[in-house]
Design a protein around this ligand. Structure first.
Ligand SMILES: [Zn+2]
Length: 221
């Protein structure tokens, strides 16, 4: 049974934890399972298996595609748009814990693409406000897109410059549906989308660092 003295110690520990919490701590934003908001959205978390940059699972077994409720609602909106055209969304990544971001950063050390979790706000995935998404057809089968996930070549650029009208149609449809639902894209990765009003989900001090170091996250996963 907790005594008053124990309670005082508990509160003292909570207070200490609050004091020593780094200003960009974002370990637990309010998150929901995207598929609980819209079960028709396909999920294939690439960091949950070995088909990724590190060739090994980075997420624990049973990891779900999580995002802030506002982001999940916007994804559902994009899904509704895509369904009208006989397509749908497939999520490659959503909320990404800071620990996983650190592993990606350590493995790649490529600051052109991967956000250093210790710089500025780190990756916006770790705030539950960015997702990586591609298209599937009405049977949830993959369709031709400009590149695979985490392809750090010019083929990954937002603006498709290849010659396939089919690929162009697919990537434009994805980008249009996501834009309509309230997402921004990213110049270097056609699959990456950030909720347009991302700033309101960051603490004030982190907003400032995002502003000062704006280019540190706008071009990275
Ligand atoms: Zn991303």
């Amino acid at each position: 049974m907790a005594t008053p003295r124990n309670n005082i110690w508990c509160w003292a520990l909570v207070a200490l934890a609050a004091i020593f919490m780094p200003s960009n701590a974002n370990a637990e934003p309010p998150l929901v399972d995207i598929q609980s908001v819209d079960p028709t959205i396909v999920v294939d978390l690439r960091y949950a298996g070995d088909n990724n940059l590190l060739k090994r699972p980075l997420y624990h077994q049973g990891m779900r595609a999580l995002a802030r409720p506002e982001v999940a609602a916007a994804l559902s909106k994009a899904q509704t748009t895509l369904r009208r055209y006989q397509y749908g969304l497939k999520i490659w990544d959503a909320y990404r814990p800071v620990g996983v971001q650190t592993k990606l950063w350590q493995a790649s050390r490529n600051s052109d693409y991967v956000a250093n979790p210790e710089v500025g706000v780190g990756s916006l995935h770790s705030w539950g406000i960015a997702v990586d998404a591609t298209l599937v057809d009405s049977w949830n089968r993959p369709v031709t897109m400009p590149s695979d996930f985490d392809d750090f070549t010019p083929a990954a650029m937002w603006r498709y410059t290849g010659r396939s009208f089919q690929v162009l149609g697919h990537v434009r449809l994805l980008q249009w549906a996501m834009h309509r639902a309230g997402f921004w894209g990213m110049r270097t990765e056609w699959w990456h989308f950030t909720i347009a009003d991302w700033k309101k989900f960051l603490p004030i001090e982190a907003r400032q660092s995002a502003h000062v170091q704006g280019t540190h996250w706008t071009g990275k996963l």
